[in-house]
Design a protein around this ligand. Structure first.
Ligand code: TPP
Ligand code: MG
Length: 291
């Protein structure tokens, strides 16, 4: 992320715990992800005074409450545009989003292609439990048809979407998949995402024992598999092949990582090009919103 707030100081996972009690249900996979986030931040040496975590609405969107950081709990589905604004005006901050499958891909689905294609310098941790947890169990875009939820008592009429293919297609420059039952892997992949310059997407399977009775921790344990040795993380075609879940198994690990200019790189280029124009001082506009 090339932020002055990274690798700044010796930190421990507990240094990122806020004094707000974690309110998720016992057995919820989100607990494991939160531990992964604490570890990733400590290993990346993120200074909490330079960390912002933005979220929408959902159980997963409550994660910032449990973090020692600046935070913004925005509208349902709107974390991506709000975090994009923060990335533009405060490029020095470490910028992270946490949210769910409903928040990111149902109501917020229209924003995902754009935050990816613009290569906004931020890390998106998406906690996929295949259900709307906070509102007590409605079908989501990643729900399997077999899931009987309040809104689909006979199961679902649709095929679930494939978030990994989607994010690769729209140009995310760091794409990884993990499982809440493996907090160590979550930590490694989130740390890599925080260190990546550009838009990084970490998709994490997480069980909701309260409202999704079929995507259990055991189901995910059987579903996931390590990425085969020798996978080339710069090969988009190979990453897409992994995203298609060969043999019915969902690979976990780093799918894809490339470097290309970020939104801020392009803005800086524009500022240089138009610099000095008396009627169009974009630098002045940007400076107005920077402290
Ligand atoms: C505009 C708007 N529509 C609907 C809601 C109700 N709502 C709150 S959270 C949520 C879904 C959350 O699901 P997800 O993002 O998967 O998070 P989870 O709780 O499963 O972690 C919905 C529909 C809302 N808060 N605002
Ligand atoms: Mg959910």
């Amino acid at each position: 992320m090339s932020s002055p707030y990274m690798h700044a100081t010796e930190m421990k996972p507990k240094d990122y715990k806020s004094d707000v009690s974690v309110v998720w249900c016992p057995g919820c996979g989100h607990h494991g992800i939160l531990n992964g986030v604490y570890r990733a931040l400590a290993e990346a040496g993120v200074d909490p005074t330079g960390l912002i975590c933005v979220s929408g609405i959902g159980c997963s969107s409550r994660l910032p409450y449990f973090l020692q950081s600046y935070k913004m709990h925005t509208l349902h589905g709107r974390a991506a545009p709000v975090a994009t604004g923060a990335a533009v005006v405060r490029p020095d901050l470490v910028n992270m989003i946490s949210g769910g499958d409903g928040d990111g891909f149902a109501i917020g689905g229209g924003h995902m292609p754009h935050v990816a294609r613009k290569n906004v310098n931020l890390t998106y941790v998406l906690m996929d439990n295949g259900i709307y947890g906070l509102t007590k169990g409605q079908y989501s875009p990643t729900s399997r048809p077999e899931l009987k939820a309040y809104t689909t008592p006979y199961g679902g009429p649709e095929e679930p979407m494939n978030p990994m293919l989607y994010m690769l297609t729209y140009g995310a420059t760091y794409v990884a998949q993990a499982f809440a039952g493996k907090p160590g892997l979550c930590a490694d992949l989130i740390k890599g995402a925080l260190e990546h310059k550009g838009f990084s997407y970490v998709h994490i399977f997480t069980q909701c024992p309260s409202y999704n009775k079929i995507d259990t921790i055991e189901f995910y344990r059987d579903l996931v598999t390590e990425i085969p040795e020798g996978h080339d993380t710069s090969d988009l075609g190979a990453a897409m092949e992994l995203a298609r879940r060969p043999g019915g198994k969902a690979p976990i690990g780093l799918f894809y990582k490339v470097d290309r200019p970020t939104l801020n790189d392009h803005l800086d280029e524009i500022v240089t090009k138009v610099g000095g124009h008396k009627d169009y001082d974009i630098q002045k506009v940007i400076n107005l919103s920077r402290p």
